[in-house]
Design a protein around this ligand. Sequence first.
Ligand SMILES: [Zn+2]
Length: 604
Amino acid sequence: MNIIKFPDAEKINNAVAEDRPLIAAIESDGTTAVVCPAEELPDHRILLESCGFFGEYADSFFRIRFNSNSADWEFDCPPHYNDIPDLSARLSGYYSDGLRTIPEFLVMFGYFSKLKIQNAPLKYGNSNGGIFMLLYNSLSHKKEEFIPNEAGRVSMYTCGPTVYHFAHIGNLRSYIMEDVLEKYLRFTGLDVKRVMNITDVGHLTSDGDTGDDKMLKGAKREHKTVMEIAKFYTDAFFADCAKLSIKTPDVVVPATTYIDEFIRVISSLMDKGYAYEAGGNIYFDTSKLDKYYVFGDFNEEDLEVGVREGVEADGNKKNKADFVLWFTKSKFDDQELKWDSPWGVGYPGWHIECSCISMKNLGEYLDLHCGGIDNAFPHHTNEIAQSEAYLGHKWCNYWFHVHHLNTTNGKMSKSKGEFLTVSLLEEKGYDPLVYRYFCLLSHYRKSLVFSWENLDNAVVTFNKLIAKIAPLTQEKSGEIDKAEYDRLMNGFTSALDNDLNTSLALTAVYDVLKSSANAATKLALIAEFDKVLGLDLIKKAEDKASQSAGNTADIPSEVLELVEQRKAARKDKNFALADELRDKIAALGYEVKETRQGTEINKL
Ligand SMILES: [Zn+2]
């Protein structure tokens, strides 16, 4: 029996997704292997015994982990494996291409090339014929099956940008991962309606309603009006999104266009006793709720986060966690945007806008709310408080949070270190889609470390991927092999069905390339995958292929003829003749070499 056993496939996949090491044990004759998360089985003997292996059968083990920063596998081999020539080069060379599943890793290991993988890809389903997807829900801290309120339809809300400056690429990571989620939901056949706000009023530098007004700060910095600033940076945001293949949501609402709606909902909260007036402002009374800290992993002390020293606590608040719904007594004398309200001339707080814009466009029951993890508290916590107080029932079922993009110095921010924008990436010569690819290499629930070096690694693997697809675009003939198509498609959907595992979804692209399917089947699959991945794979591969063809056109026919003769000689294993022909080609000023992508001809 040639089998790899997985004691627990989900545990293995989670460990890979979270960069935790695994241990693989291999039977001495190389026919059977087991894989376990290392932390569960720190002792090799326990590992072997727990999997039904005993010393006399299993004499080899090694520790492996995928390092998402370097996009490479790291592994420790038992000492006697050091005798295997070029083992390290073979593994790291191959895996720098982005292949990363454990089965592939083991099969690639030459000694186990005959292994058969005995475990079906992860696949979850429900009996209702609904969508088969597990999504981590920040409310329950668990992966849950995603079931929309209405069969076949999804209402999805995204917190939009505060348009007082360019978005940095850390903010954009969230929008990229949300875009993948939206596209995948559509890919599975769901009808998605997605709504996003644009914050052009009310957002202070601390999310807890203290500090400066962000829009006012931007206007002062650039000697413009608040509305000019809002228009400029809204356009800049969508221009960045377009470059990153991020689809514009179906409905986009600037907060300043919904003032009447905010006043209506705040009035209702006042009537219901959930809000109070103090010092001229209107506050939400968090003590009226059974449970305010709904995400469970925040508390009062977190309210201090982001509040700079020297900023006075708001003495009007009855409870520390209360938040502003409407500012009438503005501390900003030069506040440009003000509206009349039942409580006097003023402007709305930040949190109320998302609740109102969502409820107005997506109704009382929201399926999915997205945002960066730093929005979970206090912003999303406040959204839930006021929406559910207003509605009198549960509002949103699933909360999807994307984790931080860090630099090597910590969390990325506009005020710290280099201000990393899409424009800066372009100035430095990076294709913005390589940044999207870089984000897809990691799971959205893990912090991702950005460095120029990491991005350069992504450039290399992305270019290699395009180079592998390129030749396929030249041989489009053949019919799609339905059985192969379904099998390979299953690998892709299984990855995304398991909490949007984008790195495994990229692996599915390599699976297609490695498969024995014909070019038509491979191209059709990659084109389908790219509807979700958004990497422009086919177009880039076509460009690459026509570039290569163009290069060949410049090579003298005499050289090309010799290259063909040499190919034939190599096929006949007449290496002496092949070498002779290579020298002749060199004499004409060209170098010919065989690469994984095929024959390469370069001018000397
Ligand atoms: Zn929001």
